[in-house]
Design a protein around this ligand. Structure first.
Ligand code: RB5
Length: 151
């Protein structure tokens, strides 16, 4: 996913980790667009929605979102059609969210993971390709679920 725009967003509880990961993206040469917050008290569904819509519309190739646990912002992002946001705090899940689920957003908890682990999770998410094959059929079934619910 290198050299395509990455959406980043956080609430206040994920802000510090977001800032750290922005530094990591800059160091590695990944372009990104920050959808807030700026550190002030903010609601994770609001910033999560902004980043998720940028991914769903194709403006961004994928997204990295942060709140206290990573849970609230991932649930919010997953309400937007086309989004598969994985909330991860271990390397195996981050890698397989790409290999098997073709996740297009990663959610991390600023109160859960340290900066070193967060960098590793982001690296795996950004560099692992979807395996496709039988996993594509399952991802297609996921996307059919959201279609059925909006018909
Ligand atoms: C904010 O205090 C906290 O509830 C939020 O960042 C997140 O952890 C919710 O899932």
């Amino acid at each position: 996913m290198k050299h395509k725009l990455i959406a980043v967003a956080s609430d206040h509880a994920g802000f510090e980790l977001k800032q750290h990961i922005i530094g990591y993206l800059e160091e590695k040469g990944y372009p990104y667009k920050d959808f807030g917050c700026d550190g002030e008290k903010s609601d994770y569904p609001v910033c999560g929605e902004r980043a998720a819509r940028a991914v769903a519309s194709g403006e961004c190739c994928c997204g990295l979102v942060f709140c206290g646990t990573g849970i609230g912002i991932s649930i919010s992002a997953n309400k937007i059609n086309g989004i598969r946001c994985a909330c991860c705090s271990d390397t195996y899940s981050a890698e397989f969210s790409r290999l098997h689920n073709d996740a297009n957003m990663l959610a991390l908890g600023g109160r859960v993971v340290g900066t070193g682990l967060a960098e590793k999770l982001v690296h795996l998410f950004l560099t692992t390709e979807f395996e496709g094959g039988r996993h594509k059929d399952r991802v297609d079934l996921i996307m059919r679920l959201e279609k059925r619910d909006t018909e």
